[in-house]
Design a protein around this ligand. Structure first.
Ligand code: ZN
Ligand code: ZN
Length: 311
């Protein structure tokens, strides 16, 4: 049961010969979503073996070019490849005229439906829900309307502890009731408590994506306890004033939020071209949160499954 982030583009706004613009692929249990789609995204997808046809949804954080200039080319390629499966696009309401423009001028031959979900929520809200996971969006604080996303696995159904079946000679009806979380009172007065007979097979995992944003108080509460956090880190300590001016974060600020939110692991990205040696950013961040890592174009970060004991 895969759950992993691949960072296809880790540059910020200016062109960079070594990095592509913001684009990330989440593979959650075999379902593929693109988060942001900067220029060159589809080239990076080719390079890393990610088929445009397999992308189920594209989540755009905001309509700055470095986060979405790749979407027209990608949708066009999906059309050329004969895609028929519907494509979900989640983006701020401000994306609507951009999509309309595409549909007006470039959609000839498109055999799939684009289902567009416009965002305007002021607090975290579920935007998509599937059998075993769901996706939330939440507002960030940037120069223009911007959203972050959280992918969360749903709590799995309880399993019965097999050893208990024989020991207590459980009937099928009793097993069904216990698995639903209901206690069973037997005719002889014995109480079988569901919590002692069942277990959840694994701990639900989560991933949060914080695109361009300056720090703000609610954020740590909204991303609390996620296993993996991607957070922009455009600047280092030396440019904290610039970070405020442009509504961005420093690597240290990203790490402070990661620590306060008690996340499992922090991945930094969206680097300014002024830092040829990213270890400056990494060391500043690690002073605040040791489980910080640098993303790079094409790197993958797994969220391992934490299984619970059957016994
Ligand atoms: Zn950006
Ligand atoms: Zn931006």
């Amino acid at each position: 049961m895969e759950f992993k982030l691949t960072t296809l583009g880790t540059a910020s706004a200016l062109p960079n010969p070594k990095r592509y613009s913001s684009a990330h692929v989440i593979n959650i249990r075999g379902h593929l979503f693109l988060i942001d789609c900067g220029e060159g995204c589809q080239v990076q997808m080719c390079r890393h073996g990610i088929s445009p046809v397999k992308i189920e949804g594209i989540l755009i954080s905001h309509i700055h070019g470095d986060h979405m200039f790749g979407i027209f080319g990608l949708i066009s390629t999906m059309t050329l490849l004969g895609r028929t499966a519907p494509l979900t696009i989640v983006a701020p309401e401000s994306f609507r005229p951009i999509l309309n423009f595409y549909n007006e001028h470039f959609a000839e031959g498109m055999k799939f439906v684009i289902s567009y979900l416009p965002l305007s929520n002021k607090e975290p809200a579920t935007v998509l829900s599937y059998r075993s996971f769901y996706i939330e969006s939440f507002p960030l604080v940037h120069k223009i309307e911007t959203y972050g996303y959280i992918f969360r696995e749903k709590v799995p159904a309880s399993n019965i502890r097999k050893k208990k079946i024989e020991k207590h000679n459980l009937s099928l009806a009793e097993i069904a009731q216990l698995k639903k979380g209901c206690d069973v009172l037997r005719e002889d007065g014995e109480l079988l408590e569901a919590k002692n007979f069942t277990y959840t097979p694994y701990e639900p995992r989560s991933f949060a994506y914080c695109s361009d944003t300056m720090p703000f108080p609610e954020l740590t509460e909204w991303i609390k306890g996620v296993d993996l956090l991607y957070h922009e880190a455009t600047f280092g300590d030396d440019k904290e004033a610039k970070a405020i001016e442009f509504f961005h974060s420093t690597a240290r600020q990203a790490a402070v939020d990661a620590r306060k939110a008690k996340v499992g692991k922090l991945v930094l990205g969206h680097y300014s071209t002024r830092y040829p040696d990213l270890h400056v950013l990494l060391s500043q961040a690690r002073e605040e949160f040791s489980e910080t890592f640098l993303s790079d174009d094409g790197l993958t970060f797994d969220i391992p499954l934490k299984k619970h004991s059957k016994d």
